[in-house]
Design a protein around this ligand. Structure first.
Ligand SMILES: Cc1cc2nc3c(=O)[nH]c(=O)nc-3n(C[C@H](O)[C@H](O)[C@H](O)COP(=O)(O)OP(=O)(O)OC[C@H]3O[C@@H](n4cnc5c(N)ncnc54)[C@H](O)[C@@H]3O)c2cc1C
Length: 368
C-alpha cells in the first residue's frame, strides 16, 4: 500500500485514532480510511484505569460486548488518601454504569485498532515523518512506508501532536506534571485495601497512584513537577523506592523486590493545542488536549474526540459544509478543556496539608 491516496489518513492507532476510524465506518462508510500506526507493542504502559462511563462510548462505537469479552479487570471503586491521611472510597455503584475497568493497556489499544480494521479502515504500519499541504489535501511522508495523499488528515499521534506541529500549531502546557513510573509483579489477593482498585495517595511533593492490571502487573507512579524530580531524585530507582517506603497505603501493595522494567518518565501535564485548526487537518485525543491522569479521563476523552471529529470530517468531505463542522469541533474542544481545568483546580484545592510546598502552592494559586 505504498504511495496510496485516501479520503482520510489517520496518523496514530491509539484509542483516539481507532475511535475516529470506527465512527467514520458508521457515519461515512463510503470514505476510504487509512489507520496508520507505528506498529509497536509495548508491554509496559500507563493509562490503565477507566471509569464506568467508558461503556457509553464503546457502546456507541458498537464494540461494547467485544470489549467485555476481552477480559479486562472490572473495578468497582477508586480509593484515595487526598485531603487527609485516611483512605476514602469513590464507589462506582453510584454511577449509571456501575463498573469501571483496569485495562491491559497494550492489548486494549491493539484490540480497538483491530475492531476499526474489521469495520473497513485499512491498516498501515508506518511512522509519519512529514506533512505538507498539496492541492485540496495533504501529502504525508511515511518514510519506508511510502508517500500517501489524503483529502483529510487526522492527528492521533498522542502527546507528540506531530501533524499539528508540522502544520505550525503549538501545544501549550498548563503545568509541569510528570510521572515517574515503576512496574512490578502484582502480589495478588484482595485482602489489602486497594488491591483491586486504583489507589491515589497525596504527599508533600505530589501524589502517587497504583493499579494492578489484568496481565498481573502493578503500575506504580510518583506524580510530581518536572523541576521537582531532580530534587527528589525520583528518576533513580533507589531514591524512588525510598519515597515509596514513606507512603502509608501504596507501599503495602508493592513487591519492590522484583521490578519488571526500568523506571520510566512520562510527561503528564495538562495541555491544549493552541490556534485555529485548519479545515482538513483535525487533531484528536492527546494531540488536541492532555488531561492530568488524576482525572482518569484520558481514554474516554480520546474516544469522545474521535467520535466528534468523525462528524466534522463527514460534513466536510460528504456535505461540503465549508468547514463549519471543524469550527464547531474546535469550540467544543476548547469548552471541554475549560470545564476540565475548573474541575481539576477544585480537586487540587481539596488537598491543603502542605500549603507551603511548591507542588501544592502552584496548584492552589493556579487561576483560570
Ligand atoms: C502517567 C499517566 C497515567 C495515565 N493514566 C490514565 C488512566 O488511568 N486512565 C485514562 O483514561 N488515561 C490515562 N492517561 C492518559 C491516556 O493514556 C491518554 O489520554 C490516551 O492514551 C490518549 O489516547 P490517544 O489515542 O490520543 O494517544 P496515544 O494513546 O498516545 O496514542 C497515540 C498513538 O500514535 C502513535 N504515533 C505517535 N507518533 C506517530 C507517528 N509519527 N506515526 C504514526 N503513529 C504515531 C503512537 O505509537 C500511539 O500508538 C495517563 C497518562 C499518563 C501520562
Amino acid at each position: 500500500m505504498k504511495n496510496a491516496t485516501w479520503d482520510v489518513f489517520i496518523a496514530g492507532a491509539g484509542p483516539a485514532g481507532a475511535a475516529t476510524a470506527l465512527s467514520l465506518a458508521a457515519v461515512a462508510p463510503e470514505l476510504r480510511v487509512c489507520l496508520a500506526g507505528a506498529g509497536r507493542f509495548d508491554p509496559f504502559r500507563v493509562g490503565e484505569s477507566v471509569p464506568p462511563l467508558i461503556q457509553r462510548f464503546l457502546d456507541h462505537l458498537g464494540v461494547w460486548q467485544a470489549f467485555v469479552d476481552e477480559g479486562h479487570c472490572p473495578s468497582f471503586r477508586t480509593l484515595s488518601a487526598w485531603g487527609g491521611p485516611v483512605l476514602e472510597g469513590n464507589e462506582f455503584f453510584l454511577h449509571v454504569h456501575k463498573t469501571g475497568w483496569r485495562l491491559d493497556r497494550g492489548r486494549f489499544d491493539l484490540w480497538l485498532a483491530a475492531e476499526a480494521e474489521r469495520r473497513g479502515a485499512l491498516p498501515l504500519t508506518a511512522k509519519v515523518r512529514a506533512l505538507a499541504p498539496e492541492g485540496e489535501g495533504w501529502r504525508i511522508d511515511c518514510g519506508d512506508s511510502g508517500i500517501h495523499r489524503a483529502r483529510c488528515a487526522v492527528d492521533a499521534t498522542g502527546h507528540a501532536a506531530l501533524l499539528a506541529r508540522l502544520a505550525g500549531l503549538a501545544p501549550v502546557n498548563h503545568d509541569r506534571l510528570v510521572a515517574c513510573v515503576g512496574f512490578f509483579p502484582d502480589m495478588g489477593g484482595t485482602d489489602r485495601p486497594g488491591a483491586d482498585a486504583a489507589l491515589i495517595e497525596a504527599f508533600g511533593d505530589g501524589w502517587w497512584y497504583t493499579a494492578a492490571t489484568p496481565s498481573g502487573q502493578r503500575v506504580v507512579a510518583l506524580m510530581t513537577d518536572s523541576d521537582v524530580v531532580g530534587r527528589l531524585g525520583a528518576s533513580r530507582l533507589e531514591t524512588w523506592l525510598k519515597h515509596l517506603q514513606a507512603t502509608r497505603h501504596v507501599r503495602v501493595l508493592v513487591d519492590v523486590s522484583r521490578p519488571l522494567a526500568p523506571l520510566r518518565l512520562w510527561p503528564a501535564a495538562s495541555r491544549r493545542l493552541d490556534g485555529p485548526f485548519r479545515a482538513g487537518l483535525i487533531p484528536v485525543g492527546d494531540a488536541v488536549s492532555s488531561f492530568d491522569p488524576l482525572s482518569s479521563q484520558g481514554i474516554i476523552k480520546a474516544l469522545r474526540s474521535g467520535i466528534f471529529a468523525s462528524y466534522a470530517i463527514a460534513d466536510w468531505l460528504l456535505r461540503a459544509d465549508g468547514g463549519q463542522g471543524f469550527s464547531r469541533y474546535t469550540v467544543l474542544m476548547r469548552r471541554e478543556f475549560t470545564a476540565y481545568r475548573e474541575t481539576l483546580r477544585n480537586y487540587y484545592r481539596l488537598e491543603q496539608r502542605w500549603p507551603n510546598a511548591l507542588f501544592w502552592r502552584r496548584r492552589h494559586l493556579d487561576s483560570p
